[in-house]
Design a protein around this ligand. Structure first.
Ligand code: ADP
Ligand code: MG
Length: 714
């Protein structure tokens, strides 16, 4: 059946979802939906007996284990609240190493023996679940014959209700552990890293003379990029269905050369979809703040107000899920692949990260008193040191097959991890290094007779969009995450390396204090030393340029282009040391992650390669052959010859790819490298010929929607 352009007209049609959400009067309290589906602090206060509420809060604040009797009462209140919201089922909601979320629903209802069914939900069911975990990736931590895994309630991330047109489910955020106590998920290490960082930061704060904060936590706000395309095209393309990216497709005449999409007016259908996504997320207590068109046609971005990293990471998973679910109601599909379209900007995720105290201070905010300046310099220097020491690990924490098209291919940002501080802050460090602090008397503080520090900039000032790790005024923005990433691992790494670096600085400051120095002098001296040791990681130029690659090599920075290059740093000696010292991940748990991510890499490449071979042989080659036959039938030998040459080339390259796809009998890293060095090039070769054929085969014979249709019909 020829593929006609007519369906494009259908694709361009859309309807407001049902009757549309309308515009309620937002001055009426009843119309405010924020957190209406969350068993949050307010609901708990209302519904729990006073003493239970108090004890629960105290438990959370102190971070001690929960009294089982308390759990029964919380479960009771949670169940009643959920039933009122129409939830018939509950699930422990967790984040296995697939990077996605997992759920297994259980009905509240149980037969009561008299022919009726009554809703039941005990504290035990709230606290612990035992999913049949044999099918989750574990990296060999748990053999299938001992398939037990446990989910454990995380009371610090509130339970919520997910709605479906035909019912609702109570979701309880949980951690996922093996029966031997090893973390099988992304939440446990994140929580462990947050408490490690808290301990190190509190020690440092005391050293710097701040007695107030009792705890420190990290915050995260992630800018999420994504594509929306009409679902018709999605379902016409086996590559999108199987792999999330287009394995074929010639460059369209128009891309984003006109720079007309970025921050452009949002197409009405897309905006309608966004509004519904945001409403859903608001109900779940996810504080979405900004939305806009991104650079590529059909690409968009959404970002929340930052939150505690644990809750923020859970909310990020929900954001991805809601984008995907809601898009379908508008006849759209949301693509979260890092590189859905070759030659068109891919999608990343910017991980804004900071360290704050329970007293409300942001330790990465320069502040405007000399004391705040000293603290800021201390913590900022620690981050610089940690990022420099563990640059390769940071790169590894964001490695996946999709990312290789971005980080490894000179697209935002590069595979070399460096830090952008901004000119003002760099000047401050340069002044400290040169021993000039306090000289420009107008801009500096003189304190207790000691020349201390230049006044620090309040705002990051200039920006550098090409930097993978940029200081932006009061936080760092780790820009190298992929669109589909869980925030778990990158933030676990950030927190752990920050904890280690903070302790390293604290040790040195303590030494200075013992030598009789004032706190300010001791800090400035340590900052000077550590800056000098680690400033090689700071770079304010164009991260995409070839000169930077050479310069970075001279500076000894790692340039890890592909996933197989990066992953070994997860189990590198200095990683193992830091992660064991802070009890974030044991060597075995790190190895498990290495194995799981490596396997995901080669399995994904294998799926791509098999999909490409099958599409090329069963869809593209036949189309080209039909075209060739029609040219011959029309007695057009010159055109036929031209086509025949390409058809033969395609057939040859398909055979080569099919051959590469045969089991090479390799394992683990060898298999990953084989995929990268042999299979991927074979796939690229097939694509190259196919894309040229797309340019000459009769339009109605070409079986795949083209880039211009997917990207521009909305
Ligand atoms: P830009 O595109 O300029 O980087 P956006 O406004 O799109 O900025 O996104 C900034 C993100 O940074 C938001 O998600 C915001 O919540 C987050 N953010 C701001 N302050 C902090 C902080 N202290 N800690 C973590 N994230 C923060
Ligand atoms: Mg940003």
């Amino acid at each position: 059946m020829p593929r006609l352009r007519q369906p494009n007209i259908d694709a361009a049609q859309w309807q407001v979802n049902g009757a549309g959400l309308g515009r309620p009067d937002l001055t009426q309290a009843d119309n405010q939906v924020f957190a209406s589906h969350v068993f949050g602090m307010d609901v708990q206060r209302q519904r729990l007996p006073k003493d239970v509420f108090k004890r629960l809060q105290a438990t959370l604040e102190e971070g001690v284990p929960l009294d089982p009797a308390l759990a029964d009462q919380v479960a009771q209140a949670m169940k009643e609240w959920a039933l009122e919201k129409g939830a018939t089922h509950y699930t422990h909601w967790f984040q296995p190493l697939t990077g996605m979320t997992a759920e297994k629903h259980d009905s509240f209802y149980a037969p009561d023996g008299d022919g009726d069914a009554l809703p039941e939900f005990s504290g035990k069911e709230l606290i612990q679940g035992e999913p049949d975990a044999s099918s989750f990736p574990t990296g060999g931590i748990r053999a299938t014959f001992e398939a037990r895994g446990y989910t454990a309630w995380d009371p610090t991330s509130p339970a919520f209700i997910l709605e479906n047109p035909n019912g609702a489910v109570l979701c309880i955020p949980t951690a996922f552990v093996s029966w031997t106590g090893e973390a099988l998920d992304h939440k446990i290490p994140l929580l462990r890293s947050m408490s490690a960082l808290s301990t190190s930061a509190i020690r440092a704060l005391r050293l710097l003379g701040d007695e107030t904060p009792r705890g420190v936590f990290t915050t995260v706000g992630a800018e999420q990029e994504y594509f929306l395309i009409d679902e018709q095209y999605f379902y016409e393309r086996p590559d999108l269905i199987n792999t999330g990216r287009t394995l074929f497709g010639a460059k369209p005449p128009k891309g984003h050369e006109l720079d007309e999409h970025y921050f452009g007016s949002i197409p009405e259908r897309v905006l309608a979809c966004m509004l519904e996504v945001e409403r859903e997320l608001a109900q779940l207590g996810v504080p979405i703040k900004t939305r806009h068109n991104e650079v590529a046609p059909a690409q968009y971005e959404v970002a929340p107000v930052f939150e505690n990293s644990n809750v923020g990471s859970d909310h990020q998973q929900l954001t991805m899920q809601m984008l995907q679910n809601t898009a379908r109601r508008y006849g759209l599909v949301c693509l979260l692949h890092e590189k859905p379209f070759a030659g068109v900007n891919g999608s990343g995720k910017h991980n804004n990260w900071s360290i704050v105290t329970d007293a409300g201070g942001n330790l990465l905010d320069p502040g405007d008193t000399p004391h705040e300046n000293v603290m800021f310099l201390f913590f900022c220097t620690a981050v610089i040191a940690g990022v420099d020491k563990h640059q390769a690990l940071l790169r590894a924490s964001v490695a996946n097959a999709g990312q290789d098209h971005r980080l490894g291919a000179n697209e935002a940002p590069p595979a070399i991890i460096s830090i952008f501080l901004g000119a003002e802050l760099e000047r401050v460090f340069a002044a400290i290094e040169a021993g000039e602090e306090g000289q420009e008397s107008e801009q500096s503080f003189l304190r207790m007779g000691t020349p201390v520090l230049p006044r620090l900039p309040m705002h990051g000032g200039d920006r550098n969009r090409t930097s993978p790790f940029a200081f932006t005024g009061n936080k760092f923005e780790f820009r190298a995450l992929g669109s589909s990433h869980s925030l778990g691992l990158p933030n676990t790494v950030l927190n752990t390396i920050a904890a280690e670096a903070i302790d390293m600085l604290s040790d040195r400051v303590e030494q200075g204090l013992r030598g009789g120095k004032s706190v300010e002098d001791a800090v400035v001296e340590v900052v000077r030393e550590v800056w000098t040791e680690h400033k090689r990681v700071v770079f304010d130029g164009d991260n995409y340029s070839e000169e930077w690659e050479q310069e970075a090599a001279r500076r000894g920075l790692e340039n890890l282009r592909s996933t197989p290059d990066a992953l070994p740093w997860l189990i590198n000696e200095q990683t193992v040391q830091a992660f064991s010292r802070y009890e974030v991940l044991s060597e075995r748990e790190l190895e498990a992650r290495y194995e799981v991510f490596l396997e995901q890499y080669f399995v994904k490449l294998n799926i791509e390669a098999e999909t490409a071979a099958s599409m090329a042989r069963t869809m593209l080659l036949p189309a080209a052959v039909r075209h060739l036959a029609s040219l011959r039938a029309a007695h057009l030998p010159t055109l036929a010859e031209e086509t025949e040459a390409l058809v033969n080339e395609l057939a040859d390259r398909i055979r080569a790819l099919e051959h590469a796809n045969l089991d090479p009998g390799l394992e683990e890293m060898d298999l990953a490298r084989y995929m990268r060095d042999t299979v991927y090039p074979a796939m690229t070769a097939v694509r190259e010929t196919a894309d040229r054929l797309e340019g000459i085969v009769a339009d109605d014979l070409w079986p795949l929607p083209k880039y211009e249709e997917m990207l521009f019909i909305k």
